[in-house]
Design a protein around this ligand. Structure first.
Ligand code: UDP
Length: 417
């Protein structure tokens, strides 16, 4: 067995790995291409970084390509993102022309790869229009939506649907997100790699060093939220919850750690708002980290007494899985994929306001034993549901199903007289 799979067998069990090998057998040597819009920052990049090498180790010829776009393109696609998550931030005709132009340029650049691929996974709306340029495509094309699309702006959805309808299948993280599309839709939740820098075990010395580098006192309660600076992640709501908590626990500390994703142009603006709200309080640490600060983020999650993910919309929220894996109770916004992971009163609490979050923070700070039990349940829950082996299994199953369908479908028309 190869190295990565051997390590997975230790954590997820040998049966999980044997099943992956079996599923991968008919896909050996097939060209599977993933396309997204950023190499670093955000959950999609995080997943592809781990999933693609795992598929390769299983013998699948997997590749990951990133589309190139200018600032105007990413401004438009951020508007798509906001509108799909229910905000009103419609792109103009000019924005849409740029979107289509950038997709056309990327289609030309990626044509040699995409034309020949057996399966193509297109992640999120940014590269969704590529499909228009491959009417003669050889492979199956799947659109993977990582966004909370449960209440999209109708005009933006209608616009994107003209591209999405041509895909052979689509994947959503939750049933609530699935939309009416003329092809099979699959539900697959994201997952984490327990061996990546973000999730691997760390020495106490390293964790201590991070605490001291960032001026954190390990003897005092620490709240942590790790997120891009995005309004849907509600960093201002986190500060408000912290401020309420401070009335009862004056020694509490807060870390809001985030960095930019190259496909998110709004980060700087939101970061400035967060800095303004935190100004003057030395116990709020607003940190802008480089995109490769995986072990530092890992350490923050381990230093946390409680991890927060107070999003108001959330496709999945890998940061929640990361925290649960580290045995931390999570107080999460009652939104999207967080609901799949925070099992209310078991692995954490779901909240709908800063006041609600503060109430739950206080509850857990007063009951460290219960917080610890929740954390233990969380780790077990992730082991059973949200490790990369399960994600690879779902992807392999989907590919086998799509590729075999045409060979094995029973065509009832031939029996009609
Ligand atoms: N992340 C990171 N650096 C940051 C902020 C986030 O590496 O400064 C990582 C985080 O640990 C997680 C991913 O980016 O793995 C964010 O995924 P999530 O699904 O939580 O949110 P998204 O950004 O995709 O909306």
């Amino acid at each position: 067995m190869t190295e990565l799979l051997e390590r997975y067998a230790e954590v997820a069990g040998p049966d999980a790995v044997a099943q992956l090998r079996q599923l991968a057998e008919p896909l050996k040597g097939m060209k599977v291409v993933h396309v997204n819009s950023t190499r670093v920052g955000g959950g999609v990049a995080e997943i592809l970084n781990q999933l693609v090498p795992l598929l390769r180790e299983l013998g699948v010829n997997a590749e990951w390509h990133v589309i190139e776009g200018n600032a105007a393109f990413f401004t438009c696609t951020k508007k798509f993102h906001n509108c799909l998550q229910g905000a009103v931030d419609r792109p103009s005709e000019h924005d849409l022309a740029i979107y289509e132009q950038v997709n056309a340029e990327n289609a030309e650049r990626l044509a040699p790869v995409l034309k020949e691929a057996d399966v193509v996974f297109i992640h999120d709306p940014q590269p969704a229009a590529l499909i228009r340029h491959f009417p003669e495509r050889k492979g199956k094309w799947i659109w993977r939506c990582h966004i909370d699309a449960s209440h999209p702006d109708r005009s933006v959805w209608r616009y994107l649907r003209q591209f999405l309808k041509d895909y052979d299948a689509s994947i959503f993280s939750l049933p609530d997100f699935a939309r009416a599309l003329p092809h099979p839709q699959y539900l697959i939740a994201p997952a984490i790699d327990p061996f990546s820098g973000k999730n691997c075990d760390l020495s106490e010395d390293f964790i201590d060093a991070v605490a001291s580098d960032f001026n954190l006192d390990r003897g005092r309660p620490l709240l942590v939220q790790v997120s891009r600076f995005d309004r849907f992640k509600d960093p201002l709501g986190v500060i408000r919850a912290y401020q309420i908590t401070k009335r009862f626990f004056p020694s509490v500390q807060l870390v809001l750690a985030g960095g930019g994703a190259t496909d998110d142009p709004e980060g700087g603006m939101v970061l400035a708002e967060v800095r303004a709200a935190a100004a003057g309080d030395p116990n709020i640490h607003v940190l802008e980290l480089p995109s490769d600060a995986h072990r530092i983020i890992n350490a923050f999650q381990r230093l946390a007494t409680i991890v927060l993910q107070k999003s108001t919309r959330e496709g999945f929220g890998l940061t929640v899985t990361e925290a649960l894996w580290k045995g931390k109770p999570v107080i999460g916004g009652n939104a999207g994929g967080i609901r799949l992971q925070v099992i209310n009163h078991h692995t954490g609490f779901l909240v709908s306001s800063p006041e609600g979050a503060a109430m739950r923070i206080r509850y857990l700070l007063e009951r460290p034993d219960q917080a610890q039990r929740m954390g233990e349940k969380g780790r077990k829950y992730v082991r059973e549901n949200f490790l990369m082996t399960r994600l690879a299994r779902d992807h392999l199953t989907l590919m086998v199903a799509l590729l075999r369908r045409e060979i094995e479908r029973i065509d009832t028309t031939q029996w009609r007289s």
